[in-house]
Design a protein around this ligand. Structure first.
Ligand SMILES: [Zn+2]
Length: 164
């Protein structure tokens, strides 16, 4: 199928067709997921970090690989290690900036075509503990400039000192 037709499909339809929506979105500058400038937290040659556009909690974010891998079982160990190091740091930062009690880590590339990513989902003290935090209802993302600036600042500081 020619790519202009693919750009009209939803992420789910692309996944079902065996086309990676994340790679297509990057190739065509946000054609699938839209403008991500208000979600972007950090990016380098290996990883891309964003707030989730339809979060399950305030501060819900994701780290994805720049190179296409279906999931961590296909990715090189150094990349998996880097993603875990950044996930750890983001957990600390999200707790600090958003005041949540805990941050849950989840990764589930379960479709016929997915792009390797991990999600970090905050749980606030008013919320009950437990695995249902992984499937809290999604809500619209609310852009909070002071908070996103703080998260960007702290992760940039970490990235500068982190070993590759
Ligand atoms: Zn991909």
């Amino acid at each position: 199928m020619d790519e202009s037709k693919l750009l009209k499909l939803s992420a789910k339809e692309l996944t079902d067709l065996g086309v990676c929506p994340t790679c297509l979105n990057r190739k065509y500058n946000g054609a699938i997921f839209g403008d991500e400038t208000k979600l972007k937290l950090y990016e380098d040659e290996d990883i891309d970090c964003l707030f989730v556009a339809n979060p399950r909690a305030e501060g819900h974010m994701m780290i994805s690989s720049q190179t296409h891998y279906h999931d961590m079982s296909e990715a090189p160990d150094e990349l998996n290690e880097k993603i875990i190091r950044f996930a750890k740091q983001f957990m600390i930062i999200i707790k600090q900036v958003f005041g949540c009690e805990r941050v849950y880590l989840c990764t589930m590339s379960d479709g016929p075509m997915n792009h390797y990513h991990v999600q970090l989902i905050p749980r606030y003290s008013s919320e009950e503990r437990g695995s249902k935090n992984f499937v809290k209802p999604r809500k619209p993302y609310i852009y909070d400039e002071p908070k996103i600036k703080k998260v960007r600042e702290l992760i940039a500081l970490y990235a500068k000192t982190a070993t590759k």
